[in-house]
Design a protein around this ligand. Structure first.
Ligand SMILES: [Zn+2]
Ligand SMILES: [Zn+2]
Ligand SMILES: [Zn+2]
Length: 277
């Protein structure tokens, strides 16, 4: 009770202050107010403070209850409610998010070794795009490491369009020829129908066969007279996608990419350090 009395006392003083000021802000207390105007102009009738918290006030009124959120109060209201010193002034100013024009912020978040504060810096308006080439390159490598080749290709495209003359990564290769398929992307094996001969098994490659009924030579319907194996089209081989490279013909050299990426991260962290207030 003593605490409420004290708060009410402060409120009474503030109310006097606010009444004297240009903006007539009523500081609501536990005593009902017939018509209480909110910052947005709407009016609560017979409003009083039911409960207080560090976040704001739970207000009861004829229409139910209403939460007066301190965070959403305009500055003059904050002053009237005595919040300037405790809340607003001490709260660290939130960095304004930078427009993610290259869609790299989620990728940047995954880059190993980039400090959390550096990430915060590069995704805020405090960073003005000075080392975008390094950021884009790092994100391209991270996309490769993640196996997101389509994203990597998009970033590579941006890099070559924006920084074609001096981009060190535009032509760097992080792929080696796949040993398993020799770079073709397919593994071939002998046709399971003709056993690798490439000949039609019905007519043995002649294009015609003897009729079962009459014994005369007739057109082979299996190969339509071509004599070729219908499955392998006479090549004798069948191919399947190489499992090692998933048909790409090349394999990603992750160690090489990670090494390059670490160098870029070092440059990014150094740039952030040079800009730290
Ligand atoms: Zn392969
Ligand atoms: Zn065949
Ligand atoms: Zn045939």
């Amino acid at each position: 009770m003593a605490r409420y009395g004290f708060l009410a006392g402060i409120a009474a003083v503030l109310m006097v202050v606010s009444v004297c000021g240009a903006a007539e802000i009523v500081v609501l207390t536990e005593t009902p107010v017939a018509e209480f105007s909110l910052p947005d102009g709407s009016v609560l009738t017979n409003a009083y403070v039911w409960r207080r918290s560090s976040e704001g006030l739970m207000v009861m009124h004829d229409g139910g209850n209403y939460f007066l959120n301190y965070k959403l109060l305009p500055d003059d209201w904050r002053v009237a409610y005595g919040l300037e010193a405790s809340g607003l002034a001490q709260a660290p100013s939130r960095p304004v998010a930078r427009d993610d024009m290259y869609l790299i912020h989620p990728i940047l978040l995954r880059v190993p070794g980039l400090s959390h504060t550096a990430y915060g810096f590069f995704t805020s308006t405090r960073y003005a795009g000075e080392i975008d080439e390094i950021l884009l390159s790092a994100c391209m490598l991270q996309s490769l490491c993640d196996g997101k080749y389509d994203k990597a290709a998009r970033l590579r495209q941006i890099l070559s369009e924006k920084f074609s003359e001096k981009n060190p990564l535009a032509d760097a290769e992080f792929f080696a020829t796949c040993d398993a398929c020799g770079g073709s992307g397919t593994i071939s094996y002998a046709c399971n129908i003709c056993g690798g001969s490439g000949k039609c098994i019905r007519c043995d490659g002649t294009g015609e066969r003897k009729s079962d009924l009459t014994g005369t030579a007739i057109h082979c319907t299996t190969c339509r007279g071509t004599g070729k194996c219908f499955k392998c089209k006479a090549s004798g081989k069948l191919g399947m996608q190489c499992a090692d490279c998933k048909g790409l013909g090349k394999v990603f050299e992750s160690e090489k990419a990670k090494e390059e990426l670490a160098g870029l991260v070092e440059q990014m962290n150094a740039f952030y350090s040079s800009r730290r207030p």
